[in-house]
Write a protein that binds this ligand. Structure first.
Ligand code: PLP
Length: 400
């Protein structure tokens, strides 16, 4: 499959260097890492090396703080369920309205079926967390705070280190879903009050189905998977050794490319954004343009449907996204757009372009070239645009 792939927040291409590290694990290095013989030991050593590679990417103090899982969803679920089991008397959870379904759906279940009180902290028009509401929700009754580091739709960053300090002062554990942030921005967990952090391999050029949960040393932990003693009894089940080795290699590469991500990729993203905003009327950036991931840009095109934009982009071999992959297909605009108060007429046309270190200048040129025609074509068919066109205006977001 060739084309221009600007949907890297959905998933990334496995880096060829990652694949090369993984391949021997499918052939001659097939041992079970727990086995007491040479076949096992060879693989066990690689698993432990991968743990150190992930530790380095996170700036964690100890490699034993890394628990390998099947991905972001499992890490999120484990962090929350473990903490609730470890602190059975605390019956409140704090999260935000813009979390990924891996957190939101679990919180809804815990609220409806298990009787927990869930505080969902709102965001403002730019997707910034309402920190006053957060301060008010914190109390000794809160077992866990689960707030994402970077939003998957807009890239907006939350001040998780500060939020974690406050949670600790209130006696709550702090978990962050950092699935979109890990590998894109520098981290130093050793110096932070973050107790638990989720990451997912397929967002940073490792394969799907592998991830990790960071558990700060000393954090009370109750496993979700019970069985063998793998991962120091924190996650039972024979290790996904090829995936783990791939994740380790991807972590090392992400560290290596971090500066590039924050300069070249950011510059490409900014050029794409400026180009589209200059060429297309009635569109605006959603989220906080001054505080977001370097690779993400989400633009709301008024009076058209994001799905239609994606179909026409696809005809040009360009892949982008509207809302998150998990919610697309529904007629409602994404919960993130609604939480920011983006008007329906614009939220429906929200389109996410997420770049990676593979993105080239020429690809950005192509998107800037074809996009105005696509938008004009769709607006020509839009009854809403027919009215709006009579009074075109520079869109000053109607939400604050
Ligand atoms: N959290 C966030 C913010 C995500 O973007 C995703 C994936 O889209 C997940 C969690 C789920 O991760 P996984 O696909 O590894 O289960």
């Amino acid at each position: 499959m060739t084309g221009i792939y600007l949907d890297n927040n959905a998933t990334t291409r496995v880096d060829p260097l990652v694949l090369a590290e993984m391949l021997p694990l499918f052939t001659e290095q097939f041992g079970n890492p727990s086995s007491m013989h040479g076949f096992g030991a060879a693989v066990g050593g690689k698993v432990e090396w991968a743990r150190q590679q992930v530790q380095a990417l996170l700036g964690a103090a100890h490699d034993s703080e890394i628990v390998f899982t099947s991905g972001g969803t499992e890490s999120d679920n484990t962090a929350i369920l473990s903490t609730l089991e470890a602190f059975p008397k605390k019956r409140e959870i704090i999260t935000s309205v813009v979390e990924h379904p891996a957190v939101l759906a679990l919180c809804e279940y815990l609220e409806k079926k298990r009787g927990y009180t869930v505080h969902r902290i709102p965001v403002d028009g730019k997707g910034n967390l309402d920190t006053d509401a957060y301060d008010r929700a914190l109390s000794e009754n809160v077992a866990i705070v689960s707030i994402m580091w970077a939003n998957n739709e807009t890239g907006t960053l939350f001040p998780v280190e500060e939020l974690a300090r406050k949670a600790r002062a209130a006696g709550a554990l702090f978990h962050t879903d950092a699935v979109q942030a890990v590998g894109k921005i520098p981290m130093r967990l050793a110096d932070s009050a973050i107790d638990l952090l989720s990451l997912s391999g397929h967002k940073l050029h490792a394969p799907k189905g592998i991830g990790a949960l960071y558990v700060k040393r000393g954090t009370r932990f109750r496993p979700m998977m019970r069985g063998g003693h793998q991962e120091r009894s924190r996650r039972a089940g024979t290790e996904n050794a090829p995936g783990i080795v791939g994740l380790g290699a991807a972590a090392e590469l992400a560290l290596h490319h971090m500066a590039d991500e924050n300069t070249r990729v950011r510059a490409l993203r900014d050029r794409l954004e400026r180009g589209l905003l200059a060429a297309i009327p009635n569109c605006f950036v959603t989220g906080n343009p001054d505080n977001r991931l370097p690779n993400t840009c989400n633009i709301a095109f008024e009076f058209i449907e994001g799905e239609a934009i994606l179909l026409l982009l696809n005809e040009h071999g360009i892949a982008a996204s509207s809302g998150s992959a998990c919610t697309s297909g529904s007629l409602e605009p994404s919960h993130v757009m609604r939480a920011m108060g983006v008007p329906y007429t614009a939220a429906h046309g929200a389109t996410r372009f997420s770049l990676s270190r593979d993105t080239t200048d020429a690809e950005i040129d192509t998107v800037i070239k074809v996009m105005p025609g696509i938008i004009a074509r769709l607006r020509a068919l839009s009854p809403y645009w027919a009215g709006a066109e009579k009074a075109p205006r520079e869109f000053a977001p109607v939400y604050s």
